[in-house]
Write a protein that binds this ligand. Structure first.
Ligand SMILES: [Ca+2]
Length: 471
């Protein structure tokens, strides 16, 4: 069992809040919540290769690399994805990488790469589900999806242009890992390639060839008007140099002709703003469909390699119909919520009641300018009173920090109204480099006290947002 599996097990515990009835908790202070229309990255504190799709049913469907299977998440909000409902789709094989979920001609498809334990045998596979809700129903194995060469292949994605379906992926030219290039081929149906593969991009610029083996991978399609943009990832995914590049072609060109594709000489998204190695992006829209958002992974801290987390931010368009991603946004500045997401109540930990050694420290990168740390002994905690005006399912979305030497995860013990404590996992990305820990909970209307107490290792808390997601 890997760490993340354990984590999700912890999150599965639903905390049932109880109403206050002359009970052991007093509403000792006025509710300190501030109503906010913004959030702080990150949206998922562990993981890589995020793929997020907003469907017409009002849900976001999300997946990422989980290694031994394909895991699907479903959420009404982008920023609540970490606490969303999930299901696991068994794939067999090993090293299951970069799954995507697509809705094509009335059915759901998962495209993913797997091998048999030997990376040289990575190939693309596809599954189909005819259920309306892909977290239900049956996934049918539609087998490998390959061109006639059947070479190494990962990161496959699909799109349609002028009624023709195409598959785009990252592959090896021969049987050795010399470099990863991008290929395109035509499809006769969502599980069959029916043309030779054509190379449309290979690492050529300095920023693509600065780590060996050279990599072009993670292609994603963004169509704007008559322009087809392929945003891809380049350089070493294990380095802070990982970044996004751009290929473009016109919709009315022959997309199987390499000459139809133009590679932009510079990166379109790279390390900056205190975010390292951003890449393997996907693209979605705000809940109201008005805004375009990029969902990407980045290193948890400078030089953390494949220890990554998932972030999101909005993007705009250039006059030439290419996407304008700007730079990674400063993680210490709140970002306006995706348009159409419900506002949330924000509680600062420094407004809570402290026990044991816990104490408030001022810090400029903290929300409200302060945080609670030194939750160092078994009797240490911070209690924060909340007041919800409707009963229902809530997501608690906390800004947490862990800089414990050795890089290990830590936990806080989270409890509501004196109930049973659950492990609240805090990723390690260095002190005052804030991450996000989430917990789904059921709360009755009224006042509650949420306690964060000493768990395994050491962790700090800046504050949390509470927003309602269910009935
Ligand atoms: Ca704070």
């Amino acid at each position: 069992m890997n760490r993340k599996t354990w984590l999700k097990g912890g999150l599965a515990l639903m905390l049932l809040g109880t109403t206050l009835s002359g009970g052991s908790y007093e509403a000792a202070q006025a509710a300190s919540a501030q109503t906010k229309n913004d959030f702080y990255n990150v949206i998922m504190q562990d993981g890589a290769d995020p793929f997020m799709y907003r469907h017409a049913d009002g849900y976001y469907y999300f997946t990422k690399t989980t290694g031994g299977n394909v895991t699907l998440w479903r959420s009404k909000t982008m920023t609540g994805i970490d606490a969303a409902e999930t299901t696991v789709v068994e794939t067999g094989g090993q090293n299951v990488w970069a799954p995507e979920i697509h809705r094509i001609d009335g059915a759901w498809y998962i495209y993913y790469a797997k091998d048999d334990g030997d990376n040289a045998n990575h190939r693309m596979y596809v599954m189909q589900n005819k259920s309306l809700n892909p977290l239900k129903g049956t996934w049918v194995d539609k087998g490998p999806i390959a061109d006639s060469t059947n070479r190494w292949a990962i990161d496959g994605t699909v799109f349609k242009a002028r009624g023709i379906s195409y598959f785009v992926w990252s592959g090896w030219e021969g049987t050795e890992n010399v470099r990863q290039v991008l290929y395109i081929a035509r499809m006769s149906n969502p599980w069959t390639i029916d043309s030779p593969r054509v190379e449309i991009a290979r690492p050529e610029y300095q920023w693509e060839t600065n780590h060996s083996p050279n990599v072009n991978e993670g292609p994603q399609i963004l169509v704007k008007g008559n322009q087809i943009n392929i945003v891809y990832s380049a350089s070493g995914s294990w380095t802070d140099d990982y970044s996004l590049g751009l290929l473009t072609a016109k919709n009315n060109s022959d997309l199987l002709d390499p000459a139809s594709w133009t590679k932009r000489p510079d990166q379109v998204f790279k390390t900056g703003g205190g975010v390292y190695g951003p890449g393997h992006a996907s693209f979605t829209e705000s809940p109201d469909g008005q805004e375009d958002w990029i969902v990407y992974h980045a290193a948890k801290r400078q030089g953390s390699g494949w220890d990554r987390e998932i972030r999101t931010q909005p993007f705009s368009w250039n006059a030439d119909k290419t996407p304008n991603f700007g730079s990674p946004l400063d993680p210490n500045q709140p970002i306006p919520l995706p348009s159409g997401e419900p506002q949330r109540d924000r509680y600062e930990a420094e407004d809570g009641r402290l026990g044991g050694t816990a104490k408030v420290s001022q810090h400029a990168d903290s929300s409200g300018g302060a945080k609670v740390g030194y939750i160092d002994t078994p009797e240490s905690y911070v209690d924060i009173d909340v007041d919800v005006d409707k009963g229902g399912t809530y997501i608690l979305y906390a800004r947490t920090g862990n800089g414990t030497a050795g890089g290990n995860w830590s936990t806080l013990k989270l409890s509501v109204d004196g109930g049973p404590a659950s492990d609240f996992f805090v990723t390690n990305q260095g002190w005052d480099n804030w991450g996000t820990s989430t917990q789904k909970m059921t709360l009755d209307k009224g006042k509650h006290t949420i306690r964060f107490a000493k768990g395994d290792g050491y962790a700090e808390i800046d504050g949390f947002d509470l927003f309602r997601v269910g009935k």
